[in-house]
Ligand binder design. Structure first.
Ligand code: UDP
Length: 330
């Protein structure tokens, strides 16, 4: 029996594939390589294609005895989703619907779904708990929340068992150094800071310093990508054991402002990292910090790389050795 990982060549997907391979799982990856990198996936069967292409989806499900799906394939940029909402309804919501249709057809009942802290919108309290109010402030969060709801109805109708994992801010790189973060164009805070430190950019544009936080910049909960990857494996174990659907937050429970992240990166890289304050980015809540107590209690999840310093250091190691990201790997 194999585990299908959609979007397995992407950032969190590829780290999850590495974690599952380490655990001895049989993996099949389906990725359209629009954002992912073929050389981020070192083993397992690989299919290049889009979930909305029914031919390739049928091929994957008929060629392999799929036991469960880990579903990453999606667009995931808050700012872009505000500019191009229909792209997000298409690539996130419709894609998930097509995947579920195929899962139902082939009798595949387990799915671990890549959800997000953006489902909450402006939090009602900090740290955020899974049961808190969810009013997304951007189409990215809205489409992910809609998929969570779709999964709930699929359980009732078809017996689909799901775990939705609401990630806070994924960051860092695999400690063995073979994979890391490489978005084109890069839009995430830590890799952009490191591009400045490496002399590939002049300055970090800080999106607003007039938020209601101590230093005026947004606060986020940064969580190491390998810790996220491990949570997917634990989530699948839970589904295998209990068959019970659930939703979990995944974060370290500690928030850092943009300025604090920059300060830590200055210490690690030894670079001054100049800043330029620009306008706020649409759709950004001021503070997002997780309570992950539920995941710790029910999944036995315990983040291993839980200091911001460890997270930035691992990202810096990857960046220094791969200045052109996956293009640095021959
Ligand atoms: N951010 C920033 N400048 C950048 C990229 C990000 O000030 O060039 C801020 C962004 O507004 C947010 C935080 O850094 O408050 C993390 O953003 P990122 O895009 O990394 O992750 P997101 O919170 O969107 O998942």
């Amino acid at each position: 029996m194999a585990v299908l990982v959609t979007g397995g060549a992407g950032y969190i997907g590829s780290h999850t594939v590495a974690e599952f391979i380490d655990k001895g799982e049989e993996i099949v990856v389906l990725d359209n390589l629009q954002k992912g990198h073929r050389n981020a996936v070192l083993s397992g069967a690989f299919y290049q294609g889009d979930i909305r292409d029914s031919e390739i989806l049928e091929k994957v499900f008929s060629n392999h005895d799929i036991e469960a799906v880990i579903h990453f394939a999606a667009d995931s940029l808050v700012g872009e989703s505000v500019q191009e909402p229909l792209k997000y309804y298409d690539n996130n919501l419709i894609t998930a619907q097509r995947l579920l249709v195929c899962m139902v057809k082939y009798g595949v009942k387990k799915i671990v779904f890549s959800s997000t802290a953006a489902t909450y919108g402006e939090p009602e309290s900090i740290p955020i708990r899974e049961t808190d109010r969810k009013v997304p402030t951007n189409p990215y969060g809205e489409t992910k929340l809609a998929i969570e709801t779709m999964l709930k109805w699929c359980e009732q109708a078809y017996g689909t068992q799901s775990v939705a994992l609401r990630y806070f801010n994924a960051a860092g790189a695999h400690v063995d150094g073979h994979i890391g973060e490489d978005h084109r164009p890069e839009s995430h805070l830590i890799p952009i800071i490191l591009q400045v430190a490496a002399g590939q950019r002049e300055v970090l544009a800080v999106f607003g310093d007039d938020y209601p936080t101590a230093d005026g910049t947004c606060i986020r909960d940064y969580i190491h990508v390998t810790d996220l990857a491990n949570a997917h494996w634990l989530a699948l174990q839970k589904l295998r054991k209990t068959g019970e659907s659930a939703v979990y937050n995944l974060g370290n429970g500690e928030g850092f402002s943009v300025r604090e992240v920059v300060e830590k990166a200055r210490v690690i890289t030894g670079h001054s990292i100049p800043l330029q304050i620009v306008l706020r980015r649409g759709g950004d809540p001021a503070i997002l910090v997780a309570s992950s107590r539920k995941a710790q209690e029910e999944l036995g999840w315990k983040p291993q790389f839980n200091s911001l310093g460890q997270i930035i250091q691992s990202a810096w190691n990857w960046h220094k050795n791969h200045p052109k990201g996956f293009d640095s790997i021959k």
